[in-house]
Design a protein around this ligand. Structure first.
Ligand code: AMP
Ligand code: TRP
Length: 328
């Protein structure tokens, strides 16, 4: 790795990767590749915090890497790798669990509370997930972490853990910054704009998956919930559904929200939805053409190369931390 600032981010190989993942995270990574040394991880250890079918998981790991590539992540510029191929991620997690993270820190995590609810039967891993995420980031002396809004609290925790470790044992970790792009940071569900678009939504009418058939995706847009006012206007508070569709339209087309409001002035939701459905369908067709042209063997080689490249970087940080604690 050269002297550029380090960017780290990742997506879990589970569920259906959707437009929220793309517009909130992956799309924003593409432009960063020239200025920064970018590390994009397939975070499979995070995926197993909830039950996964082994065969399905294997497929999903390749799928995420392919989605990175089809989105425009260039393996000549950026490193793409699989979390479980570098054992330092889990080793550092254990150390941070013991010497930095407190139950009181993790008890504050809203994503855990949302996912676990009242269920006491969730895995210990689901509770500890933010510490694994901190280890991902800290192992590579990351400067910046580009994510969607929902991950902000986890990055704040990462900073707390790193500072606590550095203060007590001496400096080992760089303190990372979160990067959240305002537009698209929180794409909402098509069937319910009070909740984020989610991989694990119970209805497929919640999301547009990047691998959805284009006709299916059109249907989903046409069925998306709106209000009865018939005015195409961005107003998150009073018109969350239409505002969400405007955000998606704007980010996929490059038109500003203002331009779109003008374009559909006085025309109700019919044309607006039809045009958006067509735009989404065209996006998916072109995305999937790239996706389908990528061979599994090539993806496997890229992941292997990524892990080889990063192993020694991760190992250096881990050994530094071990040394400070008295383990080496
Ligand atoms: P995950 O699906 O939890 O692995 O998330 C991968 C990335 O997508 C993270 O950076 C998330 O913050 C982002 N993300 C997930 N859902 C959304 C959403 N509905 N809107 C915007 N970004 C999202
Ligand atoms: N927890 C993140 C999510 O679900 C994925 C993730 C794991 C991640 N490790 C990371 C994102 C490190 C950024 C940096 O979205």
């Amino acid at each position: 790795m050269d002297n550029k600032k380090i960017i780290f981010s990742g997506v879990q190989p589970s569920g259906n990767i959707h437009l929220g993942n793309y517009l909130g995270a992956i799309k924003n990574w593409i432009k960063l590749q020239d200025e920064y040394q970018c590390l994009f991880c397939v975070v499979d250890y995070h995926a197993i915090t909830v039950k996964q079918d082994p065969k399905e998981l294997k497929k999903k790991i390749i799928e995420i890497a392919k989605i990175y590539l089809a989105s425009g992540i260039d393996p000549k510029k950026s490193v793409i790798f699989q979390q479980s191929q570098i054992s330092e991620h889990t080793e550092l997690t254990w150390m941070l669990n013991c010497v930095s993270a407190r139950m009181s820190d993790l008890n504050k995590m809203t994503q855990y509370k949302d996912k676990a609810g009242d269920n006491e039967n969730v895995s210990v891993g689901l509770f500890d997930y933010p510490v694994l995420m901190a280890s991902d980031i800290l192992l590579y002396q990351t400067d910046l972490v580009p994510v969607g809004e929902d991950q902000k609290q986890h990055i704040e925790l990462t900073r707390v853990l790193a500072k606590r470790f550095n203060n007590e044992y001496g400096k080992v970790f760089k303190i990372p910054e979160v990067v959240i792009k305002k537009e698209g940071a929180r794409i909402m569900g098509l069937d319910d704009a009070s909740k984020k678009m989610s991989k694990s939504a119970s209805s497929e009418f919640n999301y547009i998956a990047l691998l959805d058939d284009s006709d299916r995706a059109k249907k989903k847009i046409m069925k998306a919930v709106t209000d009865s006012e018939g005015v195409v206007k961005y107003d998150v508070k009073n018109k969350p559904e239409v505002s969400n569709l405007l955000t998606v339209y704007s980010l996929l087309s490059g038109y500003s929200v203002k331009d779109l409001e003008d374009k559909y002035k006085g025309s109700g939701y019919g044309d607006f939805k039809k045009d958006l459905a067509e735009l989404v369908a065209q996006f998916l067709i072109s995305f999937q053409e790239k996706y389908n042209n990528i061979k599994d063997e090539d993806v496997e080689k890229i992941l292997e190369k990524g892990a080889k490249e990063l192993k020694s970087v991760a190992n250096t940080t881990l050994n530094n931390a071990k040394e400070k604690i008295g383990l080496n």
